[in-house]
Ligand binder design. Sequence first.
Ligand code: HEC
Ligand code: HEC
Ligand code: HEC
Ligand code: HEC
Ligand code: HEC
Length: 388
Amino acid sequence: MRKRVAVVILVLLQSALTYGGNAETLPQEYWRHPLAPQGEAPKDWSAEEKSLRPQECGLCHADKLAEWRTSLHAKAFSPGLVGQLLTFDSEDVHSCLNCHAPLAEQKQAFDAARAAGKGHLPTAQGLAAQGNSCGGCHLRNHRRFGPPQRDGGAVGVSPADGSHGGVTRSRDFERSDFCAACHQFPQDMAINGKPLENTMVEWQASPAGRNGQSCQSCHMPDRRHLWRGIHDPAMVAAGVTAQFSAETGFARFRLTNTATGHAFPTYVTPKVMLKAVGLDENGAVIPGSAREHVIQRRVAFIDGDWIERFDSRLPPGQSAGLDMPWPASGRVRFWLEVHPDDFYDHDVYDGLLRDLPKSSAAARLIAEADAQARRNRFTLFEREVTRP
Ligand code: HEC
Ligand code: HEC
Ligand code: HEC
Ligand code: HEC
Ligand code: HEC
């Protein structure tokens, strides 16, 4: 009996949360994967209001559409993803799409394209091709959710006579937890104590986390939908500080994580290298003089288990260094090399390219992703240091 009362209370509580009411917090299940289908849109809405496509949102929110298009969230339904999806069963496909194309309608669209033998064609993928788009973050049951109103900070439900029946505004959009649904794995998936995605936990332990400086404040300045990260040279340069010095016996390159609100870098995918070569009197590289220091969390999947080989990433405030003994010329060149997709490039794509039938659509997509991963590499902070 007591149990039944508890169940009833729980159900009531859940429906109150689902409804949202005037509460300024988002419904508890807002980010529970898989997301529920939107259902029928109100009959009196225009086709633009009913649409789940970012292009239609952009008719009235042009700035957001333009910014989002430049971001990796817009490119999350990528060749590297789809090339793998084509080799998976439907259940595994859906688990990937929870983060890469989260709406139920996107899963349906991809399933339909695949059933028609056209899963590899962006023109056939429909809404799925839009990746992590407006609807995944802003739409539940055709209702728009967003942050407190820009002018005045109003929260809660706005009058229903506005476009798309108004909006429910919540401070949760300004909180880091909003991003955790896709950027933090649970602790029970830890490898050597840390899940493969541990950004939220790293952030909580950082000065930024302690000062309440949210993910959004760095990745969506002034609410701009940019989400720059390790693929963007300017963002990386803003997050770390490079120092060069001429010491008595050697030249030194130090890199410090000064403004990245989590480990630099946070994921297992990038590889960052401090590099040095000695130069001769004419400025030519001295053969065999190259040195490097690797910053990376290196993991491997072996016999069905993940293992960590090493973790040399820089938590906030920490530094890495590379010393180079002076060559006779007293000239040393340093630089930082960033390979944002190193793990996919070597551990995932190379294996798939070996195993997949050469002319298959999946192999073509993975080859495209592999080439893109190589193009994504860049260098920063190139500098020559000379002996005084
Ligand atoms: C026909 C024009 C129109 C379309 C199409 C449209 N919106 Fe809106 N949107 C508005 C207007 C007008 C407001 C302000 C509503 C209010 O104050 O009640 C708004 C408000 C919002 C807000 C809250 C911002 C604020 O004012 O605080 C979000 C978030 C939002 N829309 C998301 C979307 C998404 C996502 C889509 C596409 C799925 C979309 N909108 C499509 C006109 C539109
Ligand atoms: C629905 C899942 C989802 C949510 C919610 C989400 N992200 Fe992402 N995010 C992704 C995926 C997937 C990618 C990788 C896209 C790709 O390259 O395929 C990504 C990429 C990024 C990147 C680019 C990383 C790089 O390598 O340069 C940044 C930065 C980022 N997200 C920040 C955020 C922030 C901040 C929030 C919260 C406001 C957030 N994300 C919310 C799924 C999500
Ligand atoms: C919990 C959310 C989440 C899930 C589930 C997820 N991913 Fe991702 N994925 C991300 C984020 C965040 C990134 C960007 C950071 C990175 O590179 O690790 C990413 C990046 C990628 C990339 C490299 C960027 C690109 O788009 O080319 C590939 C490929 C990828 N994921 C494939 C998959 C596949 C295949 C699955 C299912 C087996 C999957 N992901 C499941 C969050 C997720
Ligand atoms: C990965 C999640 C995510 C995606 C995808 C996304 N948004 Fe947002 N959006 C947010 C967050 C979080 C905020 C609030 C940021 C803050 O308060 O710092 C926001 C804010 C907004 C606002 C309010 C802006 C303001 O100035 O008050 C609008 C309007 C909006 N988004 C529309 C869109 C549209 C249109 C798209 C697609 C083109 C889109 N969003 C894609 C997460 C997302
Ligand atoms: C103090 C500013 C700051 C805060 C706060 C912050 N980031 Fe970052 N983030 C950066 C900088 C700078 C980079 C580029 C350097 C790098 O990749 O580590 C970055 C990179 C990333 C990347 C790229 C992938 C990678 O391996 O580095 C993702 C994803 C990301 N951040 C997500 C988040 C999420 C989610 C949060 C909140 C839990 C967050 N960030 C909080 C500054 C910040």
